[in-house]
Structure formats: structure tokens, C-alpha cells
Design a protein around this ligand. Structure first.
Ligand SMILES: [Fe+2]
Length: 206
């Protein structure tokens, strides 16, 4: 059976400081993310053929084809694995600022301006009740949309391709920010890797 692997973190644990502190990154990546990866592999063990030659994107995009007895588990752990793969990949110690090119144009077209987009995504992150994520996605009409998902549910299962993810589970910020989710969400704008997000956008609209 093919096993899903934990992607290497593209920077050191302390690289995202002061936006996200080193201990939070270490625990979040090495325990939470690794835990989702391990539990996903365990869940798939019963049906080794399911993951053969498939990416996690393939699996989540067609979640209803997963046998019912492991579907919820694959949805939760596979979503957790995939969402965190995306999250770490779109952050960078040299991030921040604004996107350029086609993504910036699409943001301005959809949301009016980059600042209006920033405000809407910030509100979506701050108002999500409980644990979950705010995403910028490309929908089936190839348009940008801001969406909120509870738990580890994935926009891929609704035919939407996420290109930016903000983890608002408490484990993403509580050690440094305690209950102040809004401060964490404000700080994360300083570490978005727009080059990577632009590449994901260009791939999604192709
Ligand atoms: Fe997380």
C-alpha cells in the first residue's frame, strides 16, 4: 500500500517568528500534522487499493467513493493532512505584501481591491465558530471565493480548489496568542508566500 508522507517543512521552526512562534510551529507540524498523516495511513490500511496511485487531492475530491465504514475517518484525517500541507506551503519567513499578476487582477475584480479582500478573509477567519479554516478557493466557474469550513473538511470535496488556507484551530495560535485569534490572523498576513499562492491560482484556473 502506498503511504502518505509528511512534507518537509520549507523553513525552520523559528522562521515564522514573530508572527507564529517556534514552539507552536513545532507542535503544530510535528505532532498535529504528523498525527493526521499517521491516522490517514491507518484508516486506509483496510483498503490498500484505494490510495494506489492517488494523491490526497484525488481522494478528497471524490470522497463519496470511499467505503462508508472509513469515509468519515478519511474525510477528517485526510482533510487534516491536506489542509496542513497547504497551510505550511503558503507561509514563508520572507512573505507578506501583496500578490501580483493574474491573481491580483482576479482579487481586484472579485473583491474590489486587495484591502477589501484582506478585510473579508480576515472576517471569515475571525468569525468561524469553533475549530476550522478560512480558505481562498477557485470555484467551478474558475472564480475566487472566500469560504469557511469547520473541522478538517476540505473545499476539494465541494469541487473547489483552495489556494490559501488560514488554520483557526486553537492549536494554531493558542500558546502565543491565547484567546486572541484576531491578533494571530492579523499577523499571518506578514508571512503569506504570494509567489506560491499565485502558482496555485494559475494552476487552478487553467
Ligand atoms: Fe492545524
Amino acid at each position: 500500500m502506498m503511504k502518505f508522507e509528511l512534507p518537509t517543512l520549507p523553513y525552520t521552526y523559528d522562521a515564522l517568528e514573530p508572527s507564529i512562534d517556534a514552539i507552536t510551529v513545532e507542535i503544530h507540524y510535528d505532532r498535529h500534522h504528523r498525527g493526521y498523516k499517521n491516522k490517514l495511513n491507518n484508516a486506509l490500511e483496510k483498503y490498500p487499493q484505494i490510495s494506489e496511485g492517488k494523491t490526497i487531492e484525488n481522494i478528497l475530491s471524490d470522497i463519496n467513493s470511499i467505503p462508508e465504514d472509513i469515509r468519515l475517518s478519511v474525510k477528517n484525517t485526510g482533510g487534516g493532512y491536506y489542509n496542513h500541507n497547504l497551510y505550511w506551503s503558503i507561509l514563508s519567513p520572507n512573505g507578506g505584501g501583496k500578490p501580483t499578476g493574474d491573481l491580483l487582477k482576479a482579487i481586484e475584480q472579485n473583491f474590489g481591491s486587495f484591502n477589501e479582500f484582506k478585510e473579508k478573509l480576515t472576517i471569515a477567519s475571525n468569525t468561524l465558530f469553533g475549530s476550522g479554516w478560512a480558505f481562498l478557493v477557485v470555484n467551478k466557474s474558475k472564480e475566487l471565493e472566500i469560504v469557511q469550513y469547520a473541522n478538517q473538511n476540505s473545499p476539494l470535496s465541494d469541487g473547489k480548489t483552495p489556494i490559501l488556507a488560514i488554520d483557526v484551530w486553537e492549536h494554531a495560535y493558542y500558546l502565543n496568542y491565547q484567546n486572541k485569534r484576531a491578533d494571530y490572523v492579523n499577523a499571518i498576513w506578514n508571512i503569506f508566500n504570494w509567489k506560491v499562492i499565485e502558482k496555485l491560482y494559475n494552476k487552478a484556473v487553467k
